[in-house]
Ligand binder design. Sequence first.
Ligand code: NAP
Length: 544
Amino acid sequence: MVSKKAIRETCDFDVIVVGAGVAGLYQLYKLLKLQLRVLVLEAGSDVGGTWYWNRYPGARFDSESWSYGYSFSEELLQEWSWPEHFAAQPDTLRYLNYVADKFDLRKNIKFNNRVEMAHFNETSNRWMIKTEAGEEYTSVLMVTALGPLSAFTLPNIPGRDTFKGDAFHTARWPHDPVDFSGKRVGIIGTGACAIQTIQTIAKEVGSLTVFQRTPNWAAPLNNSKITDEEQKKIKASFPDIFKRCKETVACFIHDPDPRSALEVTPEERDEFWEQRYLEPGFGIWIGNFKDILTNQKANDLASEFAAKKIKQRVNDPEIADLLIPKNHGFGTRRLPLETGYYEVYNQANVTLIDINKTPIECINENGIKTSEEEFQFDLLIYATGFDGVTGPYDRIDIKGKEGRCLKEEWTTFPRTLFGMQVDGYPNMLMILGPHTARGNIPRNIEEVVEWQTDLISFMMENEFDRVEPDSAAVDDWINTVSKASEGLLSSKIASWQTGVNRNVEGRSAPRVLGYNGGAVRYRKIIDSVATREYQEFLFSQIGK
Ligand code: NAP
C-alpha cells in the first residue's frame, strides 16, 4: 500500500497522526520504524497531551509512576528515574519531552495545529485534513490519538464571561505560576481534578469556596518519594512489573481480591479495608473484594466503610454528610485519590456550598451569586470536567464514505470495531476510541498502537491502501461490549465514563463507552484477530 511510489506521489503523507500526547508519540515512534512518511498534528505548542494541558496545582498520577511510563525501550526505562511513586504533572511532562528528544520525534510534529476537519475521499482513498491554522494535508491513513479526556467543558451558567478576575479551567491552566496568596478563590466541581486542586491550594489561598453539585468518593493516594534503594529495585524489576500489568483486569499492579465481600466476617472485611485504605494507589478500588462493583449489597458495605472514613476525618458532621455521595456507590465512578482532601474542610478559610440546596443563579463581574448569597472572588476555577471519550471526536468535522458524519452517527451509540476502527470511515485508526479496554492508560495505548502498527505492516506487505471494518463484525463487537457491561453497577451511573456531561446537549443518559470485559480478555480477542490475518476487516487496493 503506502510504500508504493505511485501512491506516495499522490498524497502528502502515508499517515497523519492527530495528537502528540502519550499515544501520538508512541504511534509516531512505531511508524517511523516502518520508514513511513508521518506527520503529527498537535493543537498545543509542545508535546504531552493531557500532561501538557492539565497543569493545575496538584495534578499528578493515580497510577504508580513506574507502571505508567513506556515499556518499549529498556534504555529509556533505565535512564529515567521517577522521583515519586505517583509523579506530579511537571515530572510527567518532563518525561514526555525527554522521550520526544531521545527518539528525535519533534521533527515530524507540527505544533499549534488543531485539526478541525478530516474528510475521506473515496475515489483516491485519502484523508483530507485541515487545521485551524489553515494548513491542509492529505494522507492514506489517519490515526486519531485524541485522548479520551481532551474535550473540556465549561458550565453553562449565565454571566460566565462577565467575571472580571482571572478564571481558568483546570484543563487550560496557564503556563506561568498562579499566585494564590491571600486570594479569594471559588472553585466549581468536586471531581478528581478539583480534589487535587483543592487539597493543594487550600494551604495558600486567603479563602476557598467550593461549589459542589455531586460529592465523589475519594480515598488516600498514600504517595511517597522513591528512595535510591527503591529506585534500584524498580529498575531491576521492569519485566515483572509489566508482566503483572498484563495479567490484571485494568493493567494496574492491582487486581481484585478473589473473595466476595459477603463471604468474610465483618471483622475480616473491616481489617481488609483498613489495610487497603493505608496502601498506595488504587488497591482500595481495583484491588478490593471481587464483587464490590457488581453486587449491590457488597457495594453498600464498601460505601459504608468509605463514609465512616469521611466522618472520621471531617470535624463538622454536617459538612461530612455533605461530602458523602448519596446517588452512587463507592467505586462506581472513577475513584479520585487524595492527599488530605477531607481535612481541608476543617480549615476555617474553606467553605463548602451545596449547590443543590442553593443553586448558582449567575456569575457576575465580582464572583458567583447563589439563590442565597453573593460571593466575591479574585479567582474562579472551573474543575468541570470533560465530554469524555466521544467529545474529542465530536469537536472535529469527521466525514467518512458518502459524506457520512461521525458526530451525527455517534449521537446515540458509537459503532466501532475493538474501539479502533469504524465502519463507513475507512483508513481511520483510533487509539483509545470508544469501546477499547481502558485502565492504566499507557499500557492500553501501547497495546493498541502495537496492534494497529502490525495491521499497517500487513497492509504494506499486501500492498493494500484501504482498510475498513466489516459491518457484521462491528455489530458483533457492539454486542460483546454491551454484554460485558451487564451487571456492572457503574453502567447506570452518570459519569464521563458513561458519557454523561450535563454541560453538553444530549449527554444526559449513560452509554457504554468502554469494553468492560477486562484487559486480558480484550488482548486475547484482538490478538486472535491478528493471528487470523484480520478477517474482520475489509482490505482493498486502489483500482481493484
Ligand atoms: P469530573 O470527574 O467529571 O468532575 C467534574 C466536576 O464538575 C463534577 O463534580 C461535576 O459535577 C462538576 N460540574 C460540571 N459541570 C458543572 C456545573 N455546570 N455546575 C456545577 N458543577 C459542575 O472531571 P475531572 O475532575 O476533570 O476528572 C475527569 C477524569 O480525569 C477523572 O475521572 C480521571 O479519570 C481523570 N483524572 C486523572 C487524574 C490522575 O490520574 N491523577 C487526575 C485528575 C483527573 P457532577 O458530578 O454533578 O456532574
